[in-house]
Each structure stands twice: as C-alpha cells, then as structure tokens.
Design a protein around this ligand. Structure first.
Ligand code: PEP
Ligand code: MG
Length: 323
C-alpha cells in the first residue's frame, strides 16, 4: 500500500479525458507541511494562519511571522502557498483579545471585520506576508469578504504596506496575487464586481454552507441539515465557478466538501481548476479524479441541477459512481 501511495504521489490528478485538477493541501501548522508533501499536494491551497495566533500568548510579532511564513515557503519547495490572513472570532477565540459578548459570534465580530478593526495588528501580518513573499511563491487570501468596501480597504492596506517596504528598501514579490474567500452568500451575486479587485477566489464550503443553509457548522443537533448535496449549495458553487471562469480568475474549492467524492465529481463538472483539502484526503481524491471523466461529470451536474432535493442527488450520484 505504501508503494502504491508513493507511485500515486508523482501522478497528476487528471481525469480520464485529460482535465487536470490542482490538488491542494489545507494546513494550519508548520508540521502539516510534511504531510502535504507526503500525500503529494500540488500546492498549499489554504494556510490558516490563525493557528499560530491561537497558540501564542500575544499577537505574534512581525519578525516572528516572517520567520514562520518563510519556513512554510521553504518547505513548499517552489509550490505556491496561499496564506490566509488570521480568521478568528466565530468559534476561534484568542486568549489575549477582549471580545464583546455576542449572541451570534458567527454573525458578529469575526474574521475580516475583526482584522480591519485591529488595523495595526492586521498591517503587521500583511507586512510579514509581503516580506516572506520575496522567498517563494506566495498569495494572500482574505476571509469572509461580504462587500466591496471590505476588499477596497484590504487592497488599500496592502498597497500602503508595499509602499512602506519600498521606502525601506525591503524586498517582496511585486506581482503577489490577492484573493478572497467566497464563503458569505452575499459575495455570490456581487462576485463579478468583487473580482475587479482580486486575482483569485477560494470557496470556503464550510462557511458558505453554514450561512447559506442557516445551519451552525459545529452543531450536532442540526448536522443532518448541513448537507453538501443540498441543491442550493450545488447551484451556488456552480454560480461561483461560472463567474470565475467568465472573468478568467483562478478558483480553488476548500472546506470539507472538497474531500467528498460526490461533490468532487460535481466540482469537476462545473470546471473548477483546483480543490484543497486536509492532506490525508489527497491520495483518495486523486485516485477518484483519475477514475472519472469530466464529460460524465458535466452530464451528471446538469442532471443534478434540475433535481429537487439532496436525497435524490445523492442516490443518483451513488448509482453513477458505484460503491
Ligand atoms: C471554509 O469556511 O470552508 C474554510 C475553508 O475555512 P474555515 O474552515 O477555516 O472557516
Ligand atoms: Mg471559513
């Protein structure tokens, strides 16, 4: 089995009719880089930087962050690393930050909203990522964007910090790409306009499903409603992929759905460029992609888009894909 896995590691995730899907790893800690490599990730599709923030006793300093991101980039050996700015609040709380008491933290002071309010902390991170970008292919990803104003503010901060580095003669990648997580439903109908400001999109299926279906992603009591094959989820992701294709922006689907066979099949049918998942799920996903054709996936997607409910879609896909 080990030999088989090693053989698979060097093969690309290509469908039987020749469509390549970039397979990414989601990581949180430096130690995950070893797994990403071991399981044959083509890139780091999502580096969740809140993990190092959560483990420390105060906000990590600029030097601390530059050192950390540089090590991640070294370990990626030329493969691109998409670094997401810290995404806290919701269910991830920093011990050293005062939070307001909120009835609905997932709808509250979370993610990009919190980062923009803590501008100094946010600038330090942006500067650290820019500095690390001199040493390897880096992209910056901003979570939970829900309106144009947020992306404008973010782009202004990045440009400001670039000028700041220029003034000090500090190197960074001038062509660094910026991207947004599409994970708040409000971003979907305005995606054509959001794309004017960014180079790429990551779809966060965990939050997108949570907000679209009004189902807490962590609440076991309602877990049965957190269904990746809900027709609204499929149709929303399809819209996102199609807008990105129309505007020629790279797209990567992250979140737990990216590791589920039935949804991978539909993502291929939509024409997604890349998916990213927990490293250990990569070999099975790769084997699966290598066993299906994108033409079949398109046919299946068209059929599923016309169906009424998740059960029907699931039965249809299980029948098509076999055991
Ligand atoms: C997501 O929301 O799907 C995602 C990839 O990000 P996180 O799970 O960190 O919120
Ligand atoms: Mg998310």
């Amino acid at each position: 089995a080990r030999k088989e896995q090693e053989g698979l590691r060097d093969l690309s995730a290509e469908t039987t009719d020749g469509v390549s899907i970039k397979l990414g790893a989601n990581i949180g800690l430096l130690s995950d880089m070893m797994l990403a490599r071991q399981y044959g990730a083509d890139h780091i599709g999502l580096y969740r930087t809140e993990f190092p923030f959560l483990l420390r006793k105060s906000f990590p300093s600029e030097e601390d962050q530059v050192a950390l991101y540089t090590r991640v980039l070294e370990k990626s050996k030329g493969r691109s690393v998409t670094i997401r700015t810290f995404d806290v609040g919701g269910d991830k709380f920093l011990s050293y930050l005062d939070y307001p008491k909120e009835d609905n933290p997932f709808l509250g002071w979370r993610s990009i909203r919190l980062s923009l309010d803590l501008e100094d902390v946010f600038r330090v991170q942006i500067r650290a990522i820019l500095r690390a970008s001199a040493l390897g292919k880096t992209r910056i990803l901003f979570p939970m964007i829900s309106c144009i104003d947020e992306i404008r503010q973010v782009v202004a901060l990045v440009n400001d910090e670039k000028e700041n580095l220029d003034r000090h003669g500090i190197a960074y990648d001038r062509e660094i790409e910026l991207g947004i997580m599409v994970e708040v439903p409000a971003a979907v109908p305005i995606l054509d306009r959001l794309l004017r400001y960014v180079d790429f999109v990551n779809v966060g299926t965990n939050d997108l499903m949570q907000y679209l279906l009004a189902v807490d992603r962590n609440n076991k009591k309602v877990a049965v409603h957190f269904n990746v094959l809900h027709p609204a989820v499929i149709s929303t992701v399809e819209q996102i992929v199609s807008v990105c294709r129309r505007f020629n922006k790279e797209l990567c689907i992250c979140g737990e759905a990216a590791a589920i066979r039935e949804s991978i099949f539909l993502f291929i049918g939509m024409g997604a460029d890349a998916i990213s998942m927990v490293p250990s799920a990569i070999p099975v996903a790769k084997q699966f992609i290598r066993s299906v054709s994108s033409a079949d996936a398109q046919t299946a997607l068209t059929a599923c888009l016309a169906m009424e409910e998740a059960g029907e879609i699931e039965a249809y896909l299980k029948e098509r894909l076999g055991p």
